[in-house]
Design a protein around this ligand. Structure first.
Ligand SMILES: [Zn+2]
Length: 99
């Protein structure tokens, strides 16, 4: 009985370790996602197809893409906004943008 209990605990430790390693890897991937903008954000460069619109997350304002998709940080669907709207939200939320 004592042996069995010890085995269960060591299995749990292994699972915990795997889970931690996996979530760390996912965390690292999240941060390097190209739709997460850092530093001075150049909206005109993000708008690759030059239609004057981009897709922006409504929670993580620096998550901006030219294509529809989901935010890699919170999983929310990116909202289609004009460059002007995206710019306004970035300024309101203390992000730096290229004029
Ligand atoms: Zn988000």
């Amino acid at each position: 009985m004592a042996f069995k209990k010890g085995r269960i605990i060591s299995l749990m430790i292994v699972f915990l370790f795997l889970f931690t390693a996996l979530s760390c890897a996912q965390e690292a991937k999240k941060e390097t996602d190209p739709v997460i903008r850092h530093g001075v954000i150049d909206l005109k460069a993000i708008d690759e197809n030059k239609d004057g619109k981009v897709f922006q997350d409504q929670m993580d304002w620096n998550v901006i893409s030219d294509k529809p998709g989901k935010c890699p940080l919170c999983g929310m669907t990116l909202k289609e906004v004009t460059l002007e709207e995206a710019k306004e939200e970035l300024i309101n939320n203390d992000f730096k943008i290229k004029q």
